[in-house]
Write a protein that binds this ligand. Structure first.
Ligand SMILES: [Zn+2]
Length: 279
């Protein structure tokens, strides 16, 4: 009966505590492991031998001096992937990775047509420049492995939006929401969820308002939107827990909240899978 108890307990943990799952370690071989949840939107932290070469679906993956590496999967990532690990001696191993398909929060809005307004050409131009700046900031490379820290929540407040949610207006899909939203009054402290280097702070982007990007190393970054103030600037090194910004409602925002997004290269991953569970 001990086995049954164990199973029930694990199921309970699975249900109530995704944060514990995030720490789950999958041992793929004697020397290769992956930490994280095998699901769409996941950031998986790998360990191999420092001398190994790692490939995800035949694309080379950066590997740190201590053998750490990181991979990530977007909201609608395919479910089947292959991780290849080659040793210096030429030994090659292929590990199939199967992700779990996620169910996102989908809202269907009917009867009301989403107001289509002709976008102001000035604003379109500005938004394009903003996007270009964000892409350039995310391209900057650091060999740091701060992504391996246990991430903490960047703000206190009610969770008001989750990764992956999407609205359909009369059957037409809107853009999915990639952030984890924390609703709190303007001026509420935003702290660094992990160590990193600030890559960008722009106070007034068209859509995202006050926008801050922190590079946690090897392609992993956090982006914070709608800030009322940034307390750091590009190039600053920040420590986990350090005050970096203040919550706001700048840009196209419907009320004060922090919108926290995470990327691995061009894949948008779910920050919630990396922080302890919270209501
Ligand atoms: Zn949001």
């Amino acid at each position: 009966m001990i086995t049954m108890k164990k199973i029930t307990f694990s199921l309970l943990l699975l249900f109530v505590c995704p944060a514990l799952l995030a720490q789950q370690i999958h041992q793929l071989s004697d020397t290769v492991s992956l930490k994280g949840t095998f699901t769409q939107g996941a950031l998986l932290i790998g360990q191999a031998k420092a001398s190994d070469s790692v490939f995800l679906n035949d694309k080379p993956v950066a590997i740190a001096d201590d053998g750490l590496f990181v991979i990530g999967f977007g909201r609608d990532a395919e479910l089947n992937h292959q991780l290849h690990v080659k040793s210096v001696s030429g030994e090659a191993n292929t590990f199939p990775l199967t992700l779990e398909k996620r169910k996102y929060n989908i809202q269907r809005v009917t009867g009301i047509s989403k107001k289509i307004t002709q976008p102001n050409p000035e604003n379109v131009k500005r938004a394009r420049l903003d996007a270009k700046q964000v892409r350039a900031a995310r391209k900057l490379w650091s060999d740091d492995t701060h992504f391996n820290q246990q991430f903490i929540w960047p703000a206190k407040g009610r969770m008001s939006g989750v990764y992956g949610s999407q609205r359909f207006y009369n059957g037409k899909p809107g853009r999915p929401h990639y952030g984890l939203d924390v609703a709190a009054p303007t001026g509420t402290a935003v702290i660094a969820p992990a160590d990193g280097v600030v890559r960008l702070f722009v106070p007034d982007m068209f859509y995202s308002g006050g926008t801050l990007i922190i590079d946690h190393g090897m392609g992993v970054s956090s982006t914070f939107l709608h800030l009322s103030a940034g307390l750091v600037k590009a190039g600053d090194v920040v420590k986990q827990g350090q005050l970096i910004a203040k919550i706001g409602s700048t840009g196209r925002s419907t009320g004060p909240h922090l919108d926290w997004r995470m990327n691995w290269l061009n894949q948008r991953v779910d920050p919630q899978l990396l922080v302890p569970a919270r209501k």
